[in-house]
Design a protein around this ligand. Structure first.
Ligand code: ADP
Length: 743
């Protein structure tokens, strides 16, 4: 027991996980522990949620740097979670306050759902009163209390449901979506073999995010979510949709149901009921799969590792810098940035949604979920049934072409372009094999059914070529575009695709066929394109890298080993930095920062000392173009040369598998959202009869377009990357969690 009331005593932070577990909680705990140590604070892990705080003893343990080693990639929460009934009582909270006080802990980071955060806020508000009571009853002395008059808190939301109002994603939701999509892809193949229907029930008591996102990313037929209870007679509509799909040749049908789905009278719709309806009315063999806890399991996705690490880092900053009088904050991800929002406002807004649903105010419930949720609903309905409306733009012909390197998610983009385009009244044309194919006039009209089954596969069904057309190709390309009467062009791809689109845009005075709107959609694992925080394919590549790093690390688990892993990305360090952050690298080498021999020498020195003190594993991630001279091989040899036999060194170049993964849920959704916006932009131009060209991007959670004419202002053409790269702000996060002070 520490009874030192001195203000000089170190700052002590407690961290706990509470409520339902979620993948990524470990990453957050690890980041809290390491950031706190990096900033000179002491940190205590509180085991089994609030119960550990009440029990004291072994329930509250000081954690050092190595206590969180090796947990980044583990599912669940290694410090345990619990639903503590006792913490709901003032008596329980009094015990908790005493246990914290005795250890000098007056700052808390809690990772949990809205229940846990409500409890946290109550605890903070009661803190001065609890302390006064402890003094009055003689349990602690007044001097101790005087040093810890206020409790400073920060909340992080761990919830696979993605239900917190005010943030884009909660810890665990992305991984849960991975598990659901793995199930959908698996079910699709067996369902298609037998021409069966499946009803898939996913989690989400009050929030339909998982169901909706999965239905879009998995190319499912029908979805039932709590925010949008179906109107009477929905069974007919569902059956008509499934029947129409079958009539068009679909071999499988999948209905996704959120566990909290109800009808408009508030009666729960069970998966068994849906199965019965399909069997009875369509006479189809129908199976139910309830995914249940599978959704909480497994290794966390790359996103849940890097985002949770960032959140843990920010939470420590919050409890170290917030004024004790400031409103308590919950920290979350909005867009690709961190926001700190008033905790109780976020909790109340979140808890209001089920009330709105119960009262039948569905539009308010949808509004509370935010604009991207509404956008997903609209997109699903457009993608799942071909609309029969006639758009004014009917008859216009939009061509889709892929170019540049391959990016997982290109098929999702092409599929969404065809279906949304057809739905909006266009003739959609697929160009085969990139601009080389366009030059030869390799263009085919694609209908709704031609893109069936394009959701789960990597590669590019339309084919692509890397090359940018040469000036001498432009004439032939323009002739082919005239022959096929192309009114608008969507170019989906990476750096070379953007260059090609820009070239056509700037050459339009010479070629009348180019006097059409052109929209470029970013698809590149490198994530090096202007006007967007993320490009299609980059999340998949990141997940491939993180799995590769996990395996590489495991291969060295039985020995003392040093790994240097090389990622793609050309001159852009996104993949290297994010893979290193999500993979738990100690060092990351980027072209953006350069690699200096002096730094390498210091790294070698650090490493040698570290292995002497008992380190067993070291991981460095190097971007393929981090430095012309200090290659991956060179760094490996440098480390090996200094090893004195204390460790061995292996280099590993991840290579082209980074382009080959099956697209992640996040890439599938991004592709769909971006293409929808690209079509919207083309639609505006075609209606206005203008020929402005644009490129699409994700900025602060919104899909936006930027004028093609200004593209070069935003990029370094020599380095083939944007001038501003948001993820560079994660550099200090990497250092805080990777570089043990004084080690
Ligand atoms: P979640 O945090 O996932 O929403 P719960 O609602 O079950 O999960 O809350 C988890 C734990 O947080 C509870 O078991 C309890 O210990 C604590 N808690 C929840 N609500 C309150 C509250 N109103 N007052 C005090 N503690 C609470």
């Amino acid at each position: 027991m520490t009874n030192d009331p001195s203000l000089e005593s170190p700052i002590r932070i407690g961290v706990l996980t509470s409520g339902g577990d979620a993948q990524g909680m470990n990453a957050a705990v690890r980041a809290v522990v390491r950031t706190a140590i990096s900033r000179g604070a002491e940190v205590y892990a509180i085991f089994e949620g609030y119960q550990g705080m009440i029990d004291g003893g072994e329930g509250i343990r000081r954690f050092e740097w190595d206590d969180v080693a090796g947990i980044l990639g583990r599912g669940g929460t290694v410090i345990g979670t619990f639903r503590s009934k006792e913490f709901r009582t003032r008596e329980g909270r009094l015990k908790a306050a005493r246990n914290l006080l005795e250890r000098g802990i007056d700052r808390l980071v809690v990772i949990g759902g809205d229940g846990s955060l409500t409890g946290l806020d109550t605890f903070r508000q009661e803190w001065p009163g609890l302390l006064a009571e402890l003094v009055a009853s003689g349990q602690v002395d007044a001097g101790l209390v005087a040093a810890h008059e206020r409790l400073i808190i920060a909340g992080l939301v761990g919830s696979i449901d993605n239900d917190l109002v005010g943030v884009d994603s909660t810890i665990g939701a992305d991984t849960a979506l991975h598990r659901i999509l793995e199930a959908i892809d698996a079910i699709s193949s067996t369902a298609a073999s037998h021409q069966r229907s499946f009803v898939l029930e996913v989690m989400g008591r009050h929030c339909g995010y998982l169901a909706l996102a999965a239905a879009i990313a998995g190319g499912c037929d029908y979805v039932l979510i709590p925010e949008l209870p179906p109107t009477e007679g929905w069974e007919d509509e569902m059956c008509a949709t499934l029947r129409a799909g079958r009539a068009r040749g679909r071999r499988d049908s999948i209905v996704v149901l959120a566990e909290g789905a109800t009808d408009q009278q508030g009666n729960r719709i069970s998966s068994d009921y849906v199965r019965g309806v399909i069997e009875e009315r369509l006479g189809e063999d129908t199976r139910v799969t309830i995914l249940g806890h599978v959704q909480r399991g497994g290794t966390p996705s790359a996103y849940d590792r890097w985002a949770s690490t960032w959140l843990g880092y920010e939470a420590v900053d919050e409890v170290l810098t917030a004024s004790p009088d400031a409103e308590a904050k919950v920290i979350g991800i909005l867009g690709n940035g961190v926001v700190r929002i008033p905790l109780m406002r976020a909790v109340k807004d979140t808890q209001r949604v089920p009330e709105l649903i119960r009262s039948g105010d569905y539009s308010a419930a949808m509004q509370a979920r935010g604009p991207s949720f509404t956008e997903l609903v609209t997109t699903f309905s457009e993608l799942s049934h071909p609309a029969s409306f006639t758009a004014p733009a009917e008859g216009k012909r939009i061509a889709i072409v892929h170019a540049g390197g391959l990016a997982p998610g290109m098929n999702n983009a092409a599929r969404a372009a065809v279906r949304l385009g057809v739905s909006r009244g266009y003739h959609m044309l697929g160009v085969m094999n990139g601009f080389a194919g366009l030059r030869k006039g390799n263009v085919t009209e694609l209908g709704w059914d031609d893109v069936e089954g394009w959701t789960g596969t990597g590669g590019a069904e339309l084919g692509l070529r890397r090359a940018v057309p040469a000036m001498e190709d432009l004439y032939k390309i323009s002739r082919a575009m005239e022959d096929h009467a192309i009114d608008g062009l969507m170019v989906i791809g990476g750096w070379n695709a953007y260059q090609a689109a820009y070239l056509m845009h700037t050459e339009r005075d010479r070629y009348p066929a180019f006097q059409i709107p052109i929209v470029a959609v970013p698809a590149s694992i490198d994530n090096n394109l202007p006007g967007t925080e993320l490009s299609i394919g980059s999340d998949t590549a990141l997940n491939v890298n993180v799995s590769a790093i996990d395996m590489v690390k495991m291969s060295g688990a039985a020995t003392t080993r040093c790994f240097v892993v090389e990622t793609m990305g050309r001159y852009c360090g996104f993949l290297a930095l994010m893979s290193g952050l999500a993979g738990g690298a100690e060092r990351i080498y980027l072209n953006e920062e350069g690699v200096a021999l002096g730094d390498l020498a210091a790294d070698v020195e650090w490493l040698r000392g570290s292995f002497e003190k008992g380190r067993r594993l070291f991981l460095a991630v190097r971007n393929e173009k981090a430095s012309e001279s200090y290659t991956t091989e060179f760094i490996g040899q440098l480390l090996e040369g200094a090893s004195n036999g204390d460790y061995d060194v292996r280099t590993s170049i991840i290579g082209h598998i980074q382009q080959g993964g099956e697209p992640t849920p996040s890439d599938r959704l991004l592709a769909t959202r971006m293409v929808s916006r690209a079509l919207g932009q083309l639609d505006e131009e075609l209606r206005a009869g203008s020929d402005n060209s644009w490129y699409v991007g994700l900025q602060q959670a919104q899909i936006v377009t930027s004028p093609m004419g200004h593209m070069l202002d935003h990029v370094s053409t020599r380095r083939r990357r944007p001038k501003q790269q948001w993820w560079m702000q994660l550099r200090p996060v990497v250092r805080a969690v990777a570089e043990e002070p004084g080690a």
